[in-house]
Design a protein around this ligand. Structure first.
Ligand code: NAD
Length: 257
């Protein structure tokens, strides 16, 4: 993308780590100006150390479930960088717990961060995009929101909700020139996966993923960039893009080797 005049501006949540960080970095590389939002000030500080000198990067500590904090952070990003054209909701939490080990409290917390947090950020940005000619929102869902994998009752339900929310917001916001899509990644090598995936998870994903590997965060970022970029996906909205090495579409995969 070439920007003779003003670079487009994006907000990326969860930008301190993993998919969010890779997406924010890819956007910066492609000439966007980017507000990196994250709850974790330690990871944010490490990103700041790498990109803090760049004029188009801003770093804002915020919890996506804090409605007032999100409104302030989005306002701050717009004030510093200009009208927001893109949002990537990558902030999220996971649990790898069977049904009987999942408390209502844990279930609510996961829904709060993954669903309500993405909603609050998307709605706040959409209010501003509505006034400035539109834009695009990309939610990072998951194949766990499409297929019923074991030990993901709360996480999978939260991502299923993100997928439906994406379709509803796409339908309502089209008239304002706002496109809303989601990326549904398969397993990706990030801090989240290192914390939650067991050896059995790795074995099973290896068996049921035709491409037989985990993704790198930048491969998910590329999907998000496609959906954000008006020049590439101007007629795409309400879509769920699986970036999963073939997992969602696969039938009989056969054993590796
Ligand atoms: P990660 O743990 O590496 O990064 C998540 C980031 O979100 C962290 O920096 C964390 O501080 C931030 N965060 C968490 N709660 C927050 C909150 N309340 N407010 C603001 N920031 C918050 O994880 P990741 O693997 O990069 O995951 C990113 C997104 O991708 C998540 O939504 C996750 O569910 C989804 N996803 C990941 C995978 C995978 O295999 N890694 C697969 C499918 C979907």
């Amino acid at each position: 993308m070439s920007h003779a005049s003003k670079p487009p501006v994006a907000i990326v949540t969860g930008a301190g780590s993993g998919i969010g960080r890779a997406t924010a970095e890819l956007l910066l590389d492609k000439g966007w100006h980017v507000a990196f939002l994250d709850l974790d000030t330690t990871t944010l500080a490490s990103v700041l150390a790498d990109h803090g000198g760049k004029p188009g990067a801003r770093f804002i500590a915020v919890d996506v479930v804090d409605e007032a904090g999100v409104a302030k952070a989005v306002g701050e990003a717009e004030c510093a960088l200009g009208p927001i054209k893109g949002v990537v909701n990558s902030a999220g939490i996971a649990a790898n717990k069977p049904v009987f080990d999942t408390s209502a409290e844990m279930f609510r917390r996961i829904l709060d961060v993954n669903v309500v947090g993405s909603f609050v950020v998307g709605r706040e940005a959409a209010r501003r995009m509505q006034a400035t000619g539109g834009g695009a929102i990309v939610n990072i869902a998951s194949i766990s929101g499409i297929r019923g994998s074991k030990a993901r009752v709360a996480y999978g339900a939260s991502k299923g909700a993100v997928i439906t929310m994406t379709k509803v917001m796409a339908t309502e916001l089209a008239e304002f020139g706002i496109r809303v899509n989601a990326v549904a990644p398969g397993p990706v090598e990030t801090a989240m996966v290192r914390a939650h995936h067991t050896a059995e998870d790795r074995l099973l994903y290896g068996r049921f993923t035709p491409m037989r590997r985990y993704a790198e965060p930048r491969e998910i970022a590329a999907g998000a960039l496609f959906l954000l970029d008006e020049s590439q996906s101007s007629f795409v909205t309400g879509e769920i893009l699986a970036v999963d090495g073939g997992y969602r579409g696969a039938g009989l995969v056969g054993d590796a080797g």
